[in-house]
Design a protein around this ligand. Structure first.
Ligand code: ADP
Length: 465
């Protein structure tokens, strides 16, 4: 039987900072449904709620190992990923693994890096311990690593490893005593095989433009590199079941009811965030990290400055990120305060995100690069039209004119043109309704990707190294 240990820094709903949390909270469920014994290893941060997730007070296992010259205790608590039989092993340690990693710290500081070096060593020691024990303890035959956080494990275990790169731009780089360590690079060099989260991104990362200085070693590993598109948890992101909405989509007759459902959700959203509840003005939303390096907040800001005075549109931005960009957004809101056209909510708010997906007409994803992107898939599922830049997974999931609006260049001008197009599309009700229905009919469930991962696991097992 195939046994996979899925190592991750976040797994929704236990602990989530972004897309990786969504993936780690849903892909293992879909893989388990294919008959694979997959289990998750996750740090036990203090923000993981033991009551909510039925985590026992007492650890299932306890051991210690030497780290940085100190003997450190690891306690492993077991639970299940909610609504599934996928086991989750939570690794607890008061020094390194208790402090919450906030979204503002999404990038890596030395401080954060040491936590994940520690976590990787803890997992490696746990596997070694099980190997040495006489009673047949659970042993993985593949350790599945995710991003820089767990990349180091590829050098620490003698089990085969698969590394999924969710985002090449975060690499876990630290400098100590004049020596630079790049954790993601170690993973790329040492993992048995490498996956990334969309076919386009798998090609893009071999180029100088998107390779983040690792393109040369990625090219060397090209034959071991595959792109598998992420899915979304369609039970969780479900207009029919979403518990964060006042009104779920109740009827099987999509075409007839969707319009009414969107309208009601839009009204509720406008009221709750303080925008005038106008039914006939397009509502455009952005949900994501507020930073220009990836998510395009710079071109968004400039495009909004351009269109807001001219176009009938309402804008809602939900996100946290870099302080200077948050300030700039607050200033923009202030500038248009009298017109009540734009709202910026600078917090991480899961329920509100759901309400925005349901109530918005368009969701904007103007990324400079986007490995896969989940926001556009979630938006489509809720009948919000994605407006995306042609890059990475956005290119693989949004079909211009059929399931969204795609713009070519990373520039405020190109985005502004797409925003004009969005507004005109909105007022062409035949086209607009057709777009909504086509979006909602797309299948982004994990089934297909899980099958591709299963094939990949089989290839990993066949690899000789
Ligand atoms: P990332 O690069 O941040 O991982 P993705 O598109 O892959 O981008 O996933 C982002 C996920 O995080 C989506 O589920 C999105 O709804 C969620 N998200 C981002 N920012 C916020 C926020 N401020 N509040 C609630 N959810 C958010």
């Amino acid at each position: 039987m195939m046994k996979i240990l899925y190592c991750t820094s976040e797994a929704s709903p236990l602990f989530k900072l972004g897309g990786l949390g969504d993936v780690a909270g849903s892909l293992p469920k879909a893989i388990a449904q294919l008959g694979v014994d997959i289990r998750i290893a996750l740090p036990y941060f203090s923000t993981v709620d033991p009551k909510k997730f039925q985590i026992p007070d007492k650890p299932a296992e306890r051991f210690s190992f030497l780290f940085d010259g100190q003997r450190e205790i690891i306690e492993i608590f077991e639970t299940k990923l909610p609504d599934s039989s996928v086991p989750v092993y939570l690794f607890g340690n008061p020094t390194y693994l208790s402090i919450y990693v906030s979204s503002k710290e999404y990038g890596a500081t030395v401080h954060i890096i040491s936590r994940f070096v520690f976590f990787s060593e803890a997992v490696a020691n746990w596997i070694k311990k099980h190997k040495g024990e006489s009673d047949a303890k659970w042993m993985p035959n593949i350790v599945h690593l995710n991003d820089w956080h767990t990349s180091l494990l590829s050098t620490l275990v003698d089990t085969k490893t698969l590394l999924t790169i969710h985002n090449l731009s975060y690499q876990g780089v630290s400098k100590k005593n004049g020596q630079t360590t790049n954790l993601l690079k170690l993973g790329i060099e040492n993992a048995t095989m490498i996956a990334t989260v969309s076919p386009t991104y798998a090609r893009e990362i071999l180029t100088k433009e998107h390779g983040e200085h690792l393109e040369d070693i990625l090219i060397q590993r090209k034959k071991d590199l595959v792109g598998i598109l992420n899915g979304i948890d369609t039970d969780y992101w479900s207009p029919k079941k979403d518990r964060f909405l006042n009104l779920q989509l109740a009827t099987p007759n999509l075409q007839q009811e969707v319009k009414k459902w969107k309208k009601r959700n839009k009204y509720t959203l406008q009221k709750s965030i303080g925008l005038p509840p106008l039914p006939d003005v397009p509502l455009l939303a952005f949900i994501g990290r507020v930073e220009p390096k990836q998510k395009g907040i710079d071109i968004l800001l400039h495009a909004l400055e351009d269109i807001l005075p001219k176009l009938p549109a309402q804008i809602i931005i939900l996100g946290t990120g870099e302080a200077i960009w948050e300030d700039k957004l607050h200033k923009l809101v202030h500038q248009f305060a009298a017109k009540k056209k734009i709202v910026f909510i600078d917090r991480f708010d899961e329920p509100l995100a759901h309400q925005i997906y349901a109530g918005a007409d368009f969701v904007l994803i103007p990324s400079k690069f986007e490995p896969c992107g989940l926001v556009q898939m979630i938006a489509m599922r809720y009948g919000s039209i994605p407006v995306v830049r042609a890059t990475g997974g956005l290119k693989d999931t949004v079909d211009d004119g059929q399931t969204g609006i795609v713009f070519p260049d990373y520039s405020a001008k190109s985005l502004a043109t797409a925003l004009y197009r969005s507004v005109t599309t909105y007022y062409d009700s035949f086209l607009f309704n057709k777009l909504i229905v086509t979006c909602m009919r797309q299948d982004f469930s994990w089934g297909r990707s899980a099958k591709e991962y299963l094939k990949l696991y089989n290839n990993v097992l066949k690899r000789i190294y």
